[in-house]
Design a binder for this molecule. Structure first.
Ligand code: NAL
Length: 326
């Protein structure tokens, strides 16, 4: 796999392919970032973007993780004290998950976002951006009836951070795309350049396959789950024998979350995946890549129950180092 393939594998969107290809030609010393609001525990959604950071580190990128304490505050996630305690815990969990400590720079947003120069640039960006534009950028990040002024400021700060952290590439889940588009369009209006972005997929709800997996509603998988938690969650997951399930009765699109987790979490981190099966059901199966596992599930060679058993085992291995921090 060449650097460009490694950088862009398992992404939903590359903005733009030409710009990312240019970066992939000399990744040494280039800086990529992801920002996270410190809240709750490290979960499988954070881990998905972290897998992309690991890809980037392995091609030579320096990786910056912004622990966005001020953003979490603006998004009503608690007091500064609570948010900073969570940020410290998340940092430890990222390292336990497998980010190379010596090549990862952790930055707290408040380290620079309260500086005079930053605040004045923010106000300049506020002057350039319509309320409608800022609101649209936040639609996927914050839902709710009565938008607060803080939610307008949030995406403008996120745009400015791309400049202030001196980044070459922005990485985020697909829910960040409108903020990154705003950044590309509006940063030049205050005299800064725009940057390329990579967007990773959003996992589907684990038990229904409909809509997004969410840490605030429904079931998620976290770096603090016990082996039993994982077995129980994966066992009750939606897993029809296909990668392309029919819509539900209300016409909502559905995904197969078990296959998504194999694709975005298991195969990127394990070279070979083994599904253990008793001899009488055909014995163990081995896969060197995701496509072969998907094909076997489609053909009936691999039963969903056996796929789930293997998934719980691999997730347990990914989560175990986080659990040890407890
Ligand atoms: C991501 C978030 C917050 C601030 C950022 C600043 C710069 C780059 C990325 C950032 C968190 C993200 C979320 N908006 O929804 O989790």
């Amino acid at each position: 796999m060449d650097a460009y393939e490694r950088i862009t594998r398992n992404t939903s969107e590359v903005v733009t392919a030409e710009e990312v290809r240019a970066l992939s030609e000399s990744p040494e010393g280039k800086r990529a970032y992801v920002g996270y609001e410190p809240s709750g525990v490290l979960h499988i959604g954070h881990m998905l973007t972290a897998n992309k950071l690991i890809d980037l580190q392995e091609t030579g990128f320096e990786v910056v993780i912004l622990l966005a304490d001020v953003h979490a505050y603006l998004n009503d996630k608690g007091t500064f004290e609570e948010i900073r305690a969570t940020a410290e815990k998340m940092k430890q969990q990222f390292i336990a998950y497998g980010l190379d400590d010596s090549k990862t720079q952790f930055v707290l947003g408040s380290e620079y976002q309260l500086d005079e120069e930053y605040v004045l640039d923010l106000h300049a960006l506020e002057l350039e951006t319509t309320v409608a534009r800022a609101q649209r950028a936040m639609a996927e990040i914050q839902r709710g009836e009565h938008a607060k002024v803080s939610q307008m400021v949030y995406p403008l700060m996120q745009a400015l951070d791309i400049e202030y952290l001196d980044l070459d590439l922005a990485v985020g889940g697909l829910d960040q795309r409108k903020v990154h588009m705003l950044a590309r369009e509006e940063l030049p209006s205050v005299g800064y350049g725009s940057r390329p972005a990579l967007h990773t997929p959003i996992l589907a709800d684990l038990t229904t396959g409909v809509g997004k997996m969410s840490s605030s509603e429904g079931v998620t998988i976290s770096m603090e789950d016990s082996t039993e938690d994982l077995e129980e969650k994966v066992n009750s997951a939606y897993c029809p024998p296909t990668a392309d399930p029919e819509p539900d009765d209300a016409g909502n699109e559905r995904e197969n979350p078990v296959l998504q987790i194999f694709q975005y979490h298991v195969f990127p981190r394990f070279e070979e995946v083994r599904v253990e099966r008793p001899e009488k059901y055909g014995g163990d199966l081995e896969y060197a890549g995701y496509a072969a596992l998907e094909a076997d599930l489609e053909s009936g060679e691999l039963h969903p129950a056996d796929a789930k058993g293997a998934l719980a085992t691999y997730l347990d291995e990914l989560v175990a180092p986080g659990r040890e921090l407890l």
